[in-house]
Design a protein around this ligand. Structure first.
Ligand code: NAP
Ligand code: GDD
Length: 343
């Protein structure tokens, strides 16, 4: 039986990857960081209680813990998904973000090197590495990097140490350079989930309006459930390879908002400009979207659009879910549920 070790299992991607690997017959081991509340609510009970799943307390800031677990478990595959993953928050906690996202990655790589465990390593790299170099889209594996946040800079370190350990120690280590991917399990402070949750609440009369920051940034949004398959596929290749994973289509936050409201029968029209712009219900003039500069970032990544043709050539992988389908999946979920609460 193949053994996998996951960091970040309680997150959006980790929870889908856990399901995917258990369904494939893997024995899955994962660290969970200590919290004063339960953090496992994205993981359905069927998987949380699965006989082939074991969880341990652990943290990417604790090398001795990582070393001991890698040495004991001797996994065949390691998926490093744990991170302080919020770009906006990384401006508030830049040092911690570097500690987890950058140094945490080398802690895990070095635990593998030092224990001599023969394993394959997946690093959750990101389109935020490309950041804000205008005119470089669509971004591929050969596009120059220019991170625009402490998060992006920390992830750049993680990207390079993954390559450095591959080249220096002949490790099977890969970077998946994933563009934004969303789902009903997306963290509630990321823009898509914030929008779909608010749309459902506004539709049900439980919330008055939705407050957003920069609605003209563009993102290439895929479906997280499709993307975790790609992480696994990357580790099944003969040789380690770094790959961009994206849909090849991008939309503004404004467009995402319009599509989400449309799904509950509300047509949004925009009035005003800049901080004074509002999104109004065409039918009755209700102000449903307000711009709040609190959500602006000190620096913004305006446009991310990925070119995943290498992934298609190497792995035969293509994104399956359109934006309309993704928005429908998310809004429908939020209409039915107030929380993740998977059973
Ligand atoms: P997420 O939902 O924010 O999950 C992050 C996970 O990391 C959670 O399980 C969290 O635990 C854990 N974590 C945070 N700090 C930790 C620490 N110090 N030690 C151990 N675990 C820690 O993120 P996601 O959307 O699933 O993304 C997964 C990975 O892919 C992240 O590395 C992210 O940066 C990267 N990525 C994401 C996207 C995307 O669009 N989603 C795109 C490209 C790359 P708690 O549950 O306790 O908070
Ligand atoms: N979070 C948030 N909240 N973002 C907002 C808001 C708001 O109220 N209003 C506008 N935005 C804009 C942000 O300024 C950004 O341009 C865009 O919406 C997307 O923001 P997020 O959903 O927070 O995602 P992100 O693109 O910054 O980062 C995500 O994707 C990266 C891959 O490109 C995260 O998942 C990162 O971990 C990941 O690496």
């Amino acid at each position: 039986m193949n053994k996998a070790f996951i960091t970040g299992v309680t997150g959006q991607d980790g929870s889908y990857l856990l399901e995917f690997l258990l369904d494939k017959g893997y024995e899955v081991h994962a660290i969970i960081r200590r919290s004063s509340v339960f953090t496992s609510k994205r993981i359905p009970k069927k998987y949380w209680n699965h006989e082939n799943f074991r969880s341990y307390h652990g943290d990417l800031t604790d090398s001795s813990n990582l070393h001991a677990l890698i040495s004991k478990i001797k996994p065949d595959e390691v998926y490093n998904l744990a991170a302080q993953s919020h770009v906006g928050v990384s401006f508030d906690v830049p040092e911690y973000t570097g500690e987890v996202d950058a140094i945490g990655t080398i802690r895990l790589l070095d635990a593998i090197r030092d224990t001599g465990v023969n394993t394959r390593f997946y690093q959750a790299s990101t389109s935020e590495l490309f950041g804000g170099l205008p005119g470089t889209e669509p971004q591929s594996e050969t596009t120059p990097f220019y991170p625009k946040s402490p998060y992006g800079a920390a992830k750049l370190y993680g990207y390079w140490v993954t390559i450095n350990y591959r080249e220096s120690y002949n490790m099977f280590a890969c970077n998946g350079i994933l563009f934004n991917h969303e789902s009903p399990r997306r963290g509630e402070t990321f823009v898509t989930k914030k929008i779909t949750k608010a749309v459902a609440k506004i539709f049900k009369g439980e919330q008055d309006n939705l407050q957003l920051g920069n609605i003209d940034a563009k993102r290439d949004w895929g479906y997280a459930k499709d993307y975790v398959e790609m992480m696994w596929l990357m580790l099944q290749q003969d040789k380690p390879v770094d790959l961009v994973v994206a849909t090849g289509k991008c939309y503004t936050i404004r467009e995402f908002t319009e599509i989400a409201f449309k799904h509950v029968g509300i047509n949004i029209t925009w009035k005003g400009e800049g901080e004074n712009e509002v999104g109004v219900d065409k039918k009755d003039g209700r102000v449903l979207v307000i711009i709040n500069p609190k959500y602006y970032r000190p620096a913004e990544v305006e446009l991310l659009l990925g070119d995943a043709s290498k992934a298609k050539n190497v792995l035969g992988w293509e994104s399956k879910t359109t934006l309309d389908e993704l928005v429908k999946i998310m809004v429908d979920y939020d209409l039915e549920h107030n929380d993740y609460g998977f059973d």
